[in-house]
Ligand binder design. Structure first.
Ligand SMILES: Cc1cc2nc3c(=O)[nH]c(=O)nc-3n(C[C@H](O)[C@H](O)[C@H](O)COP(=O)(O)OP(=O)(O)OC[C@H]3O[C@@H](n4cnc5c(N)ncnc54)[C@H](O)[C@@H]3O)c2cc1C
Length: 109
């Protein structure tokens, strides 16, 4: 990146390197900077996944906690596998589906 930034036309518009800064030159200094400043963007999911039974999962296919009648989970925790896309839209669909299933169960009595 430094080599690219040192060529034109970028070189003409960059006043100075902000981070890690000119003091970090060695591989060790660059590695230390990477270790100090990198982070993940958390997309946790699947911690209460659906599945066939309590040995391998927390919830049944209607989002009820195995062994209970009316306790459900309806969020990103329910995914049995990590979706390949981001989680917001699937989480909203889980909410919609959970609401529909709760209404179905209430209608059945
Ligand atoms: C930085 C960041 C960027 C993201 N960007 C994207 C993106 O661009 N596109 C995308 O699709 N997804 C994105 N996601 C992922 C997505 O936002 C989440 O995966 C999704 O919102 C998870 O939904 P959820 O309902 O499982 O949890 P949350 O949205 O975290 O909802 C949990 C809710 O429970 C509430 N709560 C917690 N404890 C209690 C309690 N004891 N009592 C009552 N309420 C409680 C919280 O206040 C919160 O409202 C991003 C996530 C992060 C962190």
């Amino acid at each position: 990146m430094r080599r690219i930034a040192a060529t034109g036309p970028m070189h003409e518009i960059i006043a100075s390197e902000l981070k890690p800064g000119a003091g970090a030159e060695s591989d060790m200094a660059l590695e230390a900077d990477i270790r100090a400043r990198t982070s993940t963007v958390f997309h946790p999911c699947g911690t209460c996944s659906m599945g066939p039974g309590p040995a391998t999962s927390v919830l049944d296919a209607r989002l009820r906690v195995h062994g209970t009648g009316g306790l459900r989970v309806a969020d990103a925790a329910i995914f049995p596998v990590i979706p390949s896309g981001n989680l917001n839209a699937p989480s909203m669909m889980v909410g919609e589906k959970a609401a529909a299933m709760i209404l179905e169960d209430l209608a059945r009595g």
